[in-house]
Ligand binder design. Structure first.
Ligand SMILES: [Zn+2]
Length: 272
């Protein structure tokens, strides 16, 4: 890939990250969360270790080769020293900082997850549910149409594991199971006791999924205060999932050429 094209993707990732990290959104604080974007040439940008989404700049992203990361994921569990060494060795440019330890699950999301842009956040509202006794279960049915359109009919779910290599392998296994069961990758992955991952075809779509998941969680919480969710009938969910005008809205979200357009001024949720 020409460096100018890669540079545009890097800029887009910084814009997406800052948008996700804006404090008032409650999606990520301090060093929480991370993001990645596929360069389309066997490399991807990912947030560097120790940087913050809200204030991310060019120093805070690293460009990494996909192949060595995927090869490690297919193998046995590796220790912390080896993880550090391999992350440093996978950098395209040795002047870049060490990639986030979550680089492994980003590689899985950009391949088995079918995504081009990945947004991992620790949303407060969403965590209030996935950290509860109910875990991800309240998200397995739907309460309003826009969550179906933006976040997909069914989220993938991964039980709690210590963040790092083992979690990345579990996410990869769930993405593969999901594709086998549903014939397509998910748009939203719920990580119990941890947060979520939005899988977008554009930066704008990744942001929209993260924001809609946050809204969905807030709505669900409200329903529990008033006797519990009144779920839509599955036939209605299927009808919305299959509607041609909703497909149009999905395409508009996912096909927009993203780059730096992930600005906060356009949260780009569904419009109906
Ligand atoms: Zn996390």
């Amino acid at each position: 890939m020409r460096d100018t094209a890669a540079a545009a993707i890097g800029k887009g990732l910084i814009a997406l990250s800052r948008s996700l990290g804006a404090e008032e959104r409650g999606l990520a604080l301090l060093g929480e969360g991370n993001t990645s974007a596929d360069c389309g040439d066997g490399t991807f940008f990912v947030k560097a270790s120790g940087s913050s989404l809200a204030s991310l700049d060019e120093d805070g992203i690293s460009r990494v080769r996909l192949t060595p990361i995927l090869a490690l994921l297919e193998g046995e569990a590796i220790g912390l020293d080896a993880i550090e060494r391999e992350l440093l060795a996978a950098r395209v440019d040795p002047s870049h900082k060490k990639p986030s330890v979550e680089t492994f699950f980003h590689a899985a999301c950009l391949t088995d997850g079918g995504a081009r842009w990945v947004a991992h956040t620790h949303s407060t509202a969403l965590n209030q549910i996935v950290c509860s006794r109910l875990g991800a279960q309240p998200f397995l049915r739907h309460v309003f149409p826009d969550a179906i359109v933006v976040c997909g009919k069914v989220p993938a779910v991964v039980p709690y594991l210590d963040p790092g290599f083992a979690l990345a392998q579990a996410i990869q296994a769930e993405l593969r199971r999901y594709r086998g069961a549903h014939g397509q990758p998910p748009k939203l992955v719920l990580l119990e006791n941890h947060g979520s991952i939005a899988l977008g075809q554009s930066a704008r779509e990744a942001l929209s999924i993260a924001l809609m998941a946050e809204k969905w969680a807030t709505v669900l919480q409200g329903t529990y205060a008033l006797g519990g969710p009144r779920y839509l009938p599955e036939t209605e969910v299927d009808r919305i999932d299959g509607r041609s005008d909703e497909h149009y809205r999905r395409r508009a979200l996912s096909h927009e050429e993203s780059g730096a357009s992930a600005g906060r001024s356009e949260p780009a949720g569904a419009d109906g």
